[in-house]
Ligand binder design. Structure first.
Ligand code: IP8
Length: 261
């Protein structure tokens, strides 16, 4: 059974600069594009302003430092579940049967790395024709007591487990650029990204992001691409682009290729 693994970046479904602001228009449209593809899909979404703002305030990415973080763990978990509920409602409106699988309840990290996820649940829901949806979350950590599990870590583990025919990252820009395109008008889209590209692009981000900017995330995208399947970064804010990518058409974006450099 072949699946497409899709990540909706937090910047596509939320306004990352405003705490807990959901972009319903984008989320509804992307849900419709996924539903109309007729493909079997595993969906992952980022946390955007529902996760990164408070996670950074409470320094959750560092793991346990003191008891004052406990309220932060609880609040961030609550917030990302609220965002997930919004995404699930978009999928409902698109007529796509789907189920939410929160990593905080079925995953374990070790020193900040995702080690275990109940992938059996994903298999069983897929067999039922129900789309599993998971998301960046606060997860227990065997060394640090808790940590932030990004959607990208989930993408990597799920790609290893399901060997999807297609992996699509939906960002708020056209793909991977030579510099941040929102800051540098001379930034150029890199159509084919490989390991050697990593050295040449900036690691900075405009907004608070405890798991790194899109550039920081390139590392896990390269690891996924190494699994030998088509991996691409496209602009999820442009209507129709995800739908075209799922139809196998050539779309504007960056193709990520592993094993080189
Ligand atoms: O937005 C981060 O997930 P991401 C999760 O995929 C939290 O990096 C809770 C900040």
């Amino acid at each position: 059974m072949s699946v497409a693994l899709i990540k909706l970046g937090g910047s596509v479904i939320t306004d990352k600069s405003r705490y807990r602001s959901f972009n319903r228009e984008s989320s509804d449209r992307l849900a419709r594009e996924i539903a109309s593809s007729g493909k079997q899909v595993i969906l992952v979404h980022g946390a955007g302003s529902f996760g990164h703002v408070l996670a950074s305030e409470y320094q959750l990415q560092k793991g346990y430092l003191d008891d004052s973080q406990r309220m932060g763990v609880a609040k961030v978990q609550r917030d990302v579940r609220d965002l997930n509920r919004e995404v699930m409602l978009s999928l409902d409106r698109a007529g796509m049967p789907s189920t939410s699988i929160p990593p905080g309840a079925c995953a374990l990290m070790e020193s900040g790395k995702l080690r275990r996820l109940e992938t059996d649940l994903f298999h069983r829901y897929l067999e039922l024709g129900i789309t599993p949806v998971t998301f960046g979350d606060v997860v227990l950590d065997s060394q640090r007591r808790f940590g932030i599990c990004s959607g990208d870590q989930l993408m990597h583990l799920l790609a290893r487990e399901f060997r999807p025919e297609l992996v699509v990252f939906c960002a708020d820009v056209d793909g991977i650029f030579t510099a941040d395109p929102n800051l540098d008008k001379g930034a150029k889209l890199i159509q084919e990204v490989d390991r050697s590209t990593l050295e040449s692009i900036p690691r900075t981000s405009r907004v608070t992001d405890v798991t790194g900017s899109i550039y920081g995330k390139l590392e896990s995208m390269l690891d996924i691409a190494e699994l030998g399947k088509g991996t691409m970064v496209i602009n999820g804010l442009v209507p129709g682009r995800l739908a075209s990518a799922l139809r196998g058409e050539k779309v504007k974006g960056s193709l990520v290729v592993g094993g080189r450099g």
